[in-house]
Write a protein that binds this ligand. Structure first.
Ligand code: 5GP
Ligand code: ZN
Length: 113
C-alpha cells in the first residue's frame, strides 16, 4: 500500500471531499483551506512534481482545469481565482504528489496574499 497521502485519498483509504473524478485525475477540497472553496486536482498516477509528469498526464490534468475552476466559481462566488503549483520544499511543497491548487479569491481581506 502507498505511503503517499494523496495516493491514499485516490484509493479511498483516507476520506476526502471529492469534487471531480475521471480515469486520470481526482479533485477534492483542501483540508486546510487558504480561502473558502480551496481545492486541489491531482493525477491518479503517483508523480512527485511537475518535472515527473508526462505530456499525456499533464494534458489529462490541465484539460479539466477550466471545468473545475468554473464549478468552484459557481459554487462559491469568488471574484478572483489563483491557480498554484509548488515544486520542492523550498517552493512550499509539503505533499510530494503533484497537485494544482485552486484558490478562490474574495477581496483583499480573504487572508491569502
Ligand atoms: P503544498 O503545500 O504541498 O503545495 O500543498 C499541500 C496541500 O495539501 C495543503 O494545502 C494541505 O492543506 C493539503 N492537504 C494535506 N493533507 C491533506 C489531506 O489529508 N486531505 C486533504 N484534503 N488535503 C490535504
Ligand atoms: Zn501519491
Amino acid at each position: 500500500m502507498s505511503e503517499c497521502i494523496f495516493c491514499k485519498i485516490i484509493e479511498g483509504s483516507i476520506p476526502s471531499a471529492k469534487i471531480y473524478e475521471d480515469e486520470h485525475v481526482y479533485a477534492f477540497m483542501d483540508i486546510m483551506p487558504l480561502t473558502k472553496g480551496h481545492a486541489l486536482v491531482i493525477p491518479k498516477n503517483h508523480k512527485e512534481n511537475v518535472y515527473d509528469l508526462s505530456e499525456e498526464e499533464a494534458s489529462n490534468l490541465f484539460k479539466v482545469v477550466p471545468k473545475i475552476a468554473s464549478a468552484l466559481k459557481d459554487a462559491y462566488g469568488p471574484v478572483g481565482m489563483n491557480l498554484l503549483n509548488n515544486n520542492g520544499a523550498p517552493a512550499g511543497q509539503s505533499v510530494f504528489h503533484f497537485h494544482l491548487h485552486f484558490i478562490p479569491r474574495y477581496d483583499q481581506t480573504d487572508g491569502f496574499r
